[in-house]
Design a protein around this ligand. Structure first.
Ligand SMILES: [Fe+2]
Length: 157
C-alpha cells in the first residue's frame, strides 16, 4: 500500500477513512539517536520511511543521496534547518517549525537537519531510491558518505 505514495504522491494520504496505526509500526530510537527508522517500502521507484523521533536531538546536516522527496509530520511537531554550502563551509539558515500535518519538500540538492520538539512521528518519501549514500556535513570540512543502513547523525555507523 505504501508504493501508492510513489505513484500518487498525494499529500493528503492516507485517504479519508483509512488511518494506519503509525505508532504500532514505528521503531523507537536507540539511546542518543534522533530517531528510529522503519522502512515501509523500498523499490527502484523510491522509498517510504516512518521515523519515530526522540525529543530535542537534532540530526546532523545531511542530504538524501541524490533523491528528492517530502516529509509529513504525522504526530507531534518537528523543526527543520536548511543549509547552504560554500566550499567546505556550512551556513545555517535558522530553524523553522514543521507542524502537525504539514509537509516539507526536500530537493535532490538540499542539505538540512531536523529535530523534534516533543515525541513525534513523520513519514518520509524519497524518489528514486537514493542513487548513492547519504552525505553528512560537518560545520567545516569534507562531507562523509554513509551507507544505506546508517542514520543522519554523528558518529556515523
Ligand atoms: Fe533528511
Amino acid at each position: 500500500m505504501f508504493a501508492e505514495l510513489l505513484t500518487h504522491p498525494d499529500r493528503a494520504w492516507p485517504p479519508s477513512g483509512e488511518s494506519p496505526d503509525w505508532s504500532a509500526q514505528s521503531v523507537a530510537p536507540r539511546p542518543g539517536a534522533p530517531y528510529g527508522r522503519r522502512i515501509l517500502h523500498a523499490s527502484p521507484a523510491g522509498e517510504v520511511l516512518l521515523l519515530q523521533w526522540a525529543p530535542g536531538i537534532a540530526t546532523a546536516p545531511h542530504d538524501h543521496g541524490g533523491a528528492s522527496g517530502w516529509v509529513r509530520v504525522l504526530q507531534g511537531q518537528l523543526e527543520e534547518q536548511r543549509y547552504t554550502r560554500q566550499g567546505q563551509s556550512l551556513q545555517a539558515r535558522g530553524w523553522r517549525s514543521v507542524s502537525l500535518g504539514s509537509v516539507s519538500q526536500v530537493g535532490a540538492q538540499d542539505i538540512h537537519a531536523m529535530r523534534a520538539v516533543g515525541p513525534a512521528l513523520s513519514l518520509h518519501v524519497y524518489q528514486p531510491l537514493p542513487p548513492r549514500g547519504m552525505r553528512l556535513f560537518p560545520a567545516q570540512g569534507p562531507a562523509l558518505l554513509v551507507g544505506p543502513g546508517c542514520g543522519a547523525w554523528w558518529p556515523a555507523c
